[in-house]
Design a protein around this ligand. Structure first.
Ligand SMILES: *Cc1c(COP(=O)(O)O)cnc(C)c1O
Length: 429
């Protein structure tokens, strides 16, 4: 496969952009390769600037649930752009998208639009602190909630010690206000509340983790957090930036029947444009400005192009709920195919899947949290990744990301992918 144009484009990019990319995982550093530069994409296919075609399982890291260049979304954006790309004033499409989210996700009374998932979770944390008058937050190891300071925190040494910054530039004094607990550890959450309950402003969690690879919540884990946050009057924030409108029509909260106080959204709700949102109980949400004392604003928030794209995508999903059955079917088919391929090739894998998100971990262990995710052999992943790419399968260039299926992936796409997986898993042995 010739990727010489991508290679030279990367050299050019590095002269003007730090590391040549605008988001680090895109650099392919984890797989020791040069990134592909993308020319265009349509449906389930993505094309690099050398003209190679791939079946795309990145889907822009989640938003492209209906496939690339989905015509209702493209048309909506085209039409909106003709009426100006931004107003900085209220427009009706903001209310329409908000209404659509509120009607689809029952625990969202009102919702505020922002421009990214990071902004949504950052604002939700500030709101929880402002609403409760408390400082501490709990997050879980391996969950990613964007790159705001309070959330770029890793576990401290030992159980129930406060976190430390996982990035240079994050003030350690701030890191101390974030407790990082193991995912799916009931006792750790209970202990944290016993010890610090009255000081905990919020618990934030990925209801299905997707940023340490896919990890499912243990039965009752989310409900346990709901109980404890209710008892101690802490705000329960479910981060559905990845799972919202993906794992069910009403996201993970719908799938697992939980009622958080605040939900954060992003990715799918923008149809591929930069959108995030946070919403939930009116009583809490009305603590944000202009009604309340918690400040949050945005020059481009509620941007008419972004609202049009999101509305077109969510409207289509609402009118075609069978898409979720199709996604589950495709997901199950792919999972079975991969398991079969691994078995035949004699590769040890653990495959975790919830609907249209899935991860293949190269380990004998059952992956249930950050520690078990880290038992996977990333050297094997590198070989696997490279082999898949050579077979025309574009995966996220990291062991700790998800495979995202879209409604545009055909049975023949899946069959090609399974065949490629068989070859890749043989290459590992
Ligand atoms: C992607 C993601 C974010 C961050 O969203 P950005 O739009 O990249 O800022 C936050 N939380 C979760 C669960 C995510 O998957």
């Amino acid at each position: 496969m010739n990727t010489s144009k991508s290679k030279s484009a990367f050299e050019d990019a590095k002269r003007y952009i730090p590391g040549g990319v605008n988001s680090p995982v895109r650099a392919f550093a984890n797989v020791g390769m040069n990134p592909l530069f993308i020319d265009k994409a349509a449906g389930s296919k993505i094309y690099d600037i050398d003209g190679n075609e791939y079946i795309d399982y990145v889907g822009s890291w989640g938003p492209m649930l209906l496939g690339h260049a989905f015509s209702p979304v493209v048309e909506a954006v085209r039409e909106a752009a003709c009426g100006s790309t931004s107003f900085g004033a209220p427009c009706i499409s903001e209310t329409r998208l908000a209404k659509c989210i509120c009607e689809t996700v029952s625990c969202v009374d009102v919702v505020r639009m922002v421009n990214s998932g990071t902004e949504a979770t950052m604002s939700a944390i500030r709101l929880a602190r402002g609403y409760t008058g408390r400082n501490l937050i709990i997050k879980f190891e391996g969950c990613y909630h964007g790159h705001s300071d309070s959330l770029l925190i890793k576990a401290g040494s030992g159980a129930l010690t406060f976190g430390s910054a996982s990035s240079a530039g994050v003030v350690e004094e701030l890191a101390k206000y974030t407790l990082v607990l193991p995912y799916n550890d009931f006792d750790a959450v209970e202990d944290a509340f016993k010890k610090f309950g009255e000081e905990i402003a919020a618990v934030i969690i990925e209801p299905v983790a997707g940023n340490m690879g896919v990890v499912k919540p243990a039965d009752g884990f989310l409900l346990k957090i709901r109980e404890l946050t209710r008892e101690y009057k802490s705000v329960f924030i479910v981060d559905e930036v990845m799972t919202g409108f993906r794992v069910s029509p009403s996201g993970a909260v719908g799938l697992f029947g939980i009622e958080p106080d605040i939900i954060t959204f992003g990715k799918i709700i923008g149809g591929g444009l930069p959108v995030g949102a946070y919403g939930g109980k009116r009583e809490i949400m009305e603590f944000i400005s202009p009604l309340g004392p918690v400040y949050q604003a945005g020059t481009l928030s509620g941007n008419p192009l972004a609202m049009a794209a999101g509305l077109a995508q969510l409207t289509y999903l609402r009118e075609n709920p069978q898409i979720y059955d199709l996604l589950e079917e495709s997901g199950a088919y792919l999972e079975a195919g991969f398991n079969e391929a691994a078995k035949t090739a004699g590769a040890d894998v653990c495959i975790n899947r919830v609907g249209s998100m899935m991860s293949v971990f190269f380990t004998k262990e059952r992956v249930e949290d950050f520690d078990t995710a880290n038992t996977s052999d990333t050297e094997k992943f590198k070989i696997y990744f490279k082999s898949m790419l050579n077979s025309g399968i574009y995966l996220a260039p990291s062991q700790f990301e998800a495979v995202f299926l879209s409604a545009a992936h055909s049975r023949s796409d899946l069959d090609k992918t399974i065949e490629a997986a068989f070859k890749a898993m043989k290459a590992i042995q």
